[in-house]
Design a protein around this ligand. Structure first.
Ligand code: NAP
Length: 249
């Protein structure tokens, strides 16, 4: 049976590095994106150039119908998913809780929490040995922010930290719920990684400023996180595990 991985938010950053590495490990890869078709196509082209199999699939992870359609497209074009990487995530501009509006918090939770829940539901339905599946695994991308309470420093995104705290609890609970169905559920908690997410969250200088507070003296590369994800994708006796890939913070 072919190994099929869905990487949500696979068009850029950590997701793109994961998709590229997964193809080298023999996965057929669905590269999900929300709006940047060009970036997703570039990841697919790089995989195909090396002889791998990949497709780009647009879906907003905050929209349930989009998530359902994403899985149906993968069924038709690549086959039944064997590994889901719940990677798509957003931050927002630094903002104290005292000034946070419900719209902002709801959007954060919709993308970072509800999307991974719905994607996991779709994956479990296909992987579960109780539903005729052959098993599989789910890897949730949390963050060091889940135990730091936010992006670090006062007045940064506590809503983001709380969304990642929810992902940690989700991982703990789901792994117990589905272990007997042949499904493993694990998480990776990156520290500061060199991607465009910081600029999109109003902190473009964070990659330059962060190394001072990191014991290993540098921020992570997307590939540092992809390595941990690919380890978990293949670690057959590991479930409910969290790998902190953060340079020692
Ligand atoms: P990034 O460079 O900003 O890339 C985000 C990716 O997610 C893009 O592919 C984007 O698609 C996609 N995306 C955003 N919203 C989406 C939505 N509603 N539906 C579907 N796809 C969506 O982010 P990153 O830094 O690689 O972060 C990836 C994950 O790692 C996130 O969960 C983030 O919270 C976590 N993380 C990152 C860091 C870090 O320092 N970078 C640290 C800890 C945890 P488009 O290209 O279409 O916009």
């Amino acid at each position: 049976m072919e190994k099929v991985m869905i990487v949500t938010g696979g068009s850029r950053g950590i997701g793109a590095a994961t998709a590229l590495m997964a193809a080298k490990y023999g996965f057929a890869v669905a590269v999900n994106y929300r709006s940047n078709r060009e970036a997703a196509d570039a990841v697919v082209a790089a995989i195909e150039k090396d002889g791998g199999r990949a497709i780009a699939v647009a879906a907003d992870m905050a929209v349930e119908d989009d998530v359902v359609a994403l899985f149906k497209t993968v069924d038709e074009k690549l086959g039944r998913v064997t590994c889901l990487v719940n990677n798509a995530g957003i931050v927002d501009d630094p903002c104290p809780v005292a000034e946070m509006g419900a719209d902002r918090i709801s959007r954060m939770m919709a993308v970072n929490v509800v999307g991974p829940f719905i994607a996991a539901r779709e994956a479990v339905g296909r992987m579960s040995t109780e539903h005729g599946g052959a098993g599989g695994n789910i890897i949730n991308i949390s963050s060091a922010a889940s135990h730091a309470g936010g992006g670090g420093g006062a007045g940064t995104y506590v809503d983001y930290g709380a969304s990642k705290g929810a992902i940690d609890t989700f991982t703990e609970g789901l792994c117990r719920e589905v272990a007997h169905q042949g499904i493993r559920v694990n998480a990776v908690r990156p520290g500061v990684v060199d991607t465009e997410i910081h600029a999109s969250g109003g902190l473009p200088n964070k990659p330059k400023e962060a190394p001072a507070g990191i014991p290993l003296g540098r921020i992570g590369a997307p590939e540092d996180i992809a390595e941990a994800i690919l380890y978990l994708a293949q670690a057959e006796f590991t479930t409910g595990a969290f790998i902190d890939v953060d340079g020692g913070v």
